[in-house]
Ligand binder design. Structure first.
Ligand code: NDP
Length: 257
C-alpha cells in the first residue's frame, strides 16, 4: 500500500533548471519513480549534459529550451508539453539564481530585478501556465524550490534580494495552495540549506566563509542534491496526498538555532 504511493508510472513531470544541481537530482528521482521527465533549461548545453548523465544511470528524459522569465515562452511550452504528453502531472519549479555577496545599499537595479525575475516571476509564470491545465483536469502537483533563506538571513554573505525572493516563493506557495486545494492541485515547497552545487561554490571554496556555514549548521555539513530530490519526490507523489501549502525545511537543523 505504501510503496505504491511513490509510484509515478504513467505521469509526466517538468523540472525547470533541471540540467544540473538540485534540478538534475529531482529529474533522476522522478524518473526512477517511473515518471516521464522533461528538463526545461535555459541553456541547451547544460540540458544535454544532464540528459547524458541520466542516460548513464539508465533513464531516458526529454528536454526543452525554456527561459522561465519569459511568460509567453512558458505559456507556449506548457501548451506544447501538455499536448505532447497528454498531461503534465508534476511541475518542479527549481530554476533559480543567487548572485550572493552584494550589500543592499549597493545593489544595482538590474541585479535586484534579475534575481526576482528568475526566482519569483519565473516560479509564478510556470505555476500559472502548467497549473491551469492541471486545474482543468483536477489533478496535479507543483513543488517549488524555496530556501531556508526565506526564513533566516544568511551569514555572512549579503543577499537581501535572494532572501526576499525565496520568502516570496514560500508565500506564493501557500497562496496558490489555498486557491487550488479544492480543485485537485497541490502546491508545496522545499526549503533547503546550503547544497553542494555550482550555486554555492563561492562559499565552499572560501575556507573562512565555509567554516561559518558549518558552525551555524547543527549537522555540521552541507547537503547533497539527492537529499533535496528525495523530499521533492515525496511531495510530488501520492504519499503527500494530504499536504498542500507546506514549506518543508531540509536544512540539517540550521533553522533550529
Ligand atoms: P544551479 O545553479 O546548480 O542550477 C540552477 C539551474 O537553473 C541551472 O541549470 C540554470 O541554468 C537554470 N536556470 C537559471 N536561470 C534560468 C532561467 N531563467 N530559466 C530556466 N533555467 C534557468 O543551482 P542549484 O541546483 O543549487 O539551485 C536550484 C534551486 O535550488 C534554485 O532555485 C536555488 O535558489 C535553490 N536552492 C539552492 C540551494 C543551494 O545551496 N544550492 C539552497 C537553497 C535553495 P544555467 O546553467 O544556464 O545557469
Amino acid at each position: 500500500m505504501f510503496r505504491e504511493k511513490f509510484d509515478l508510472s504513467g505521469r509526466a513531470a517538468v523540472v525547470t533548471g533541471g540540467g544540473r544541481g538540485i534540478g538534475l537530482a529531482c529529474a533522476q528521482a522522478l524518473a526512477e519513480a517511473g515518471a516521464r521527465v522533461v528538463i526545461a533549461e535555459i541553456d541547451e548545453a547544460v540540458a544535454g549534459e544532464g540528459k547524458a548523465a541520466l542516460a548513464k544511470a539508465g533513464h531516458s528524459v526529454d528536454s526543452v529550451r525554456l527561459d522561465v522569465t519569459d511568460p509567453d515562452a512558458v505559456r507556449a511550452a506548457a501548451d506544447a508539453l501538455n499536448t505532447r504528453f497528454g498531461a503534465i502531472d508534476i511541475l518542479v519549479n527549481n530554476a533559480g539564481i543567487a548572485r550572493s555577496g552584494t550589500a543592499a545599499e549597493e545593489v544595482a537595479d538590474e541585479h535586484w530585478l534579475n534575481v526576482l525575475d528568475v526566482n519569483l516571476n519565473g516560479t509564478f509564470w510556470c505555476a500559472r501556465s502548467f497549473g491551469a491545465a492541471m486545474l482543468a483536469r483536477r489533478r496535479g502537483a507543483v513543488v517549488n524550490i524555496g530556501s531556508m533563506s526565506g526564513y533566516i538571513v544568511n551569514k555572512p554573505q549579503k543577499q537581501s534580494f535572494y532572501n526576499a525572493s525565496k520568502a516570496a516563493v514560500h508565500h506564493l506557495t501557500r497562496s496558490l495552495a489555498a486557491e487550488w486545494a479544492d480543485r485537485g492541485v497541490r502546491v508545496n515547497a522545499v526549503a533547503p540549506t546550503y547544497i553542494d552545487t555550482p550555486l554555492t561554490r563561492f562559499g565552499m571554496e572560501d575556507p573562512e566563509l565555509y567554516r561559518i556555514w558549518l558552525d551555524m549548521t547543527p549537522m555540521r555539513r552541507v547537503g547533497r542534491p539527492d537529499e533535496i530530490a528525495s523530499v521533492v519526490l515525496f511531495l510530488a507523489s501520492d504519499a503527500a496526498s494530504l499536504m498542500t501549502g507546506s514549506i518543508v525545511l531540509a536544512d540539517g537543523g540550521y533553522c533550529c538555532w
